[in-house]
Ligand binder design. Structure first.
Ligand code: NAP
Length: 495
């Protein structure tokens, strides 16, 4: 007699873009026993956290959108943070996602035993589930610089991901910003526009590309609402640009690489008039080695009279400012740390314990790796979304999450049809996948002579080094020969 299809219980950790997507996709697949555990009090993940002035997404808005929930009302080509946050709030309301979310409940422990995950939270609640999906995102643990004297600073001091909006910045404020990454490039111009005296402490210059950012007119938005094909066309254009130009440029495709090279170099050459300033902003590594910053405001702003670019090494922070190697004391009222994130935490500091009491810190002791970025050996019925080697150049992480969600549902579907009771990646498959990635990394810009948050302890970028198309093709169907499955029968495991 055919067995009844099972309805699994699923715990999703995180209610950001990916956690929300998982709720929508799982429900669509007929899976209804879902609990989302979210450490904060609202949805939106990175877009809830990053409220710094100027926060925006450098992926075209129509591409930074769930494929099933287009938004003809995006106000600009590159959407700003608050508008993106609203988009996720609206999607959460439309799909009634919040009914499955437990807010302000951080997962502290998750342990697997014989087909079940037991999950404990900061509210001392316990949940038992068949599957765990870690939708905890990539860049969510702010990295604080270890600079002598940093704790002595008496003025206001905060990380860009924890912006203190109570601190008023005006034309009489002296602001110091440490860092010149994507975040800094967006927020520095906003600070400079307040009239404040802004001192930018740059350790390494970055390559910037100028892509026109424009507002969609009311008429255009009306037309896109009336004719959904127009919205789709915008999305497809953005996708084609990212797929055929950007991701290829950084993964070693000759023409795209040289065009990107030219565009960034020309941007620096023609945007910065002063030769000395230009030299200070000139990187000495390959374009694309660090994430190319798509930005139209930074170069203009840094040339304003109330801005100063400081390239002397920071020696120490004092109670009232920063001393640089040349002995100069830069007096500051506010110190902004735009120093990035610890990109290798993934779901940690959670105590994630798999089969045979395997702790995640032990499993990842030598290298952080996962089969197809999603599955680990020793962690049955477990998925990591946007895991190591997911991010593809400057592609949309939403598109990546959607592909991973479909893959995951295919695996769960096999479980629902009783093909097995538990599954996990084979260790050999993880090793093979890691070697396959390493082979591809050789030709990419990410190994082009710079330090970046992409690099792991071995200096290997945690990115996907091939094309988007290849990734989609390889993620289409689970290759079951790489996956170990087991069934429980009368209390025993059958391999
Ligand atoms: P980041 O790219 O890692 O940049 C950190 C900056 O801080 C770098 O300039 C770094 O200098 C500097 N820094 C770190 N520690 C320092 C120290 N001890 N002393 C002096 N300088 C120090 O971080 P991010 O700008 O926050 O961006 C991280 C990622 O977030 C981006 O690459 C992107 O993926 C994402 N992001 C995306 C968007 C978007 O539009 N989609 C916007 C913002 C961020 P070095 O270069 O010398 O290390």
């Amino acid at each position: 007699m055919p067995q009844v299809k099972r309805n699994p219980s699923v715990v999703i950790i995180g209610a950001g873009m990916t956690g929300m997507l998982m709720v929508i996709k799982l429900r669509k697949a007929g899976i209804t026993d879902i609990v989302v555990l979210e450490k904060k009090d609202s949805v939106g993940g990175t877009w809830r956290e990053n409220t710094y002035p100027g926060a925006a997404c450098d992926v075209p808005a129509h591409m930074y959108t769930y494929s099933f929930e287009p938004n003809p009302n995006w106000s600009r080509f590159f959407a700003r943070g608050p508008e993106i946050r609203d988009y996720f709030e609206n999607v959460a309301d439309k799909y009634d996602v919040k009914r499955d979310i437990r807010f302000n409940e951080e997962v502290t422990d998750a342990q697997y035993d014989r087909g079940k995950w037991t999950v404990k939270t900061s509210k001392e609640q316990t949940y038992v589930a068949d599957f765990i999906v870690c939708a905890t995102g990539i860049l969510h643990h702010p990295k604080f610089p270890d600079i002598p004297g940093i704790d002595d600073f008496k003025g206001a001091k905060f990380h860009t991901a924890q912006w203190d909006h109570d601190v008023k910045i005006s034309d009489s404020t002296r602001v110091g910003v440490i860092g010149t990454g994507s975040t800094a490039a967006q927020t520095i111009p906003e600070l400079i526009n307040t009239g404040a005296k802004v001192s930018v402490f740059q350790r390494t210059p970055q390559w910037l590309m100028h892509l026109p950012d424009f507002k969609f007119s009311k008429t255009m938005r009306k037309l896109m609402t009336r004719f959904p094909l127009l919205t789709k066309m915008h999305r497809n254009l953005g996708k084609a640009f990212l797929e055929h130009f950007f991701t290829k440029a950084v993964t070693g495709h000759f023409i795209q690489k040289h065009v990107l090279n030219f565009l960034c170099k020309a941007n620096l050459r023609f945007s910065i008039k002063d030769k000395r300033l230009r030299e200070k902003l000139q990187p000495n590594y390959q374009v694309g080695c660090k994430r190319v910053i798509i930005n139209t405001t930074f170069y203009k702003a840094i040339q304003k009279p109330n801005a100063e670019l400081i390239t002397d090494t920071i020696e120490r922070v004092t109670e009232t400012g920063i001393i640089t190697k040349d002995g100069k004391h830069h007096e500051l009222d506010v110190l902004v740390l735009s120093t990035g994130f610890n990109a290798f935490n993934f779901m940690r500091p959670m105590n994630l314990i798999g089969r045979n009491n395997l702790h995640i810190d032990k499993a990842w002791e030598h290298k952080i790796k996962a089969y197809r970025s999603m599955m680990l050996s020793g962690y049955p019925n477990f998925f990591l979304m946007l895991g190591p080697n997911t991010p593809i150049g400057n592609f949309s992480v939403i598109a990546m999450s959607e592909v991973q969600a479909d893959y995951l549902i295919k695996m769960i579907d096999k479980w629902r049809h009783h093909e097995f009771d538990e599954f996990e990646a084979k260790q050999e498959a993880i090793d093979e996948f890691t070697a396959y990635i390493k082979k591809g990394l050789k030709g990419t810009s990410w190994v082009g002579g710079c330090q970046s948050w992409y690099l792991d302890a071995d200096g290997d970028p945690i990115l996907w080094p091939y094309t988007w198309r290849r990734w989609i093709d390889e993620m289409k169907e689970p290759q079951m020969e790489h996956i170990e499955t087991r069934s429980f029968r009368q209390g025993h495991f059958d391999s």
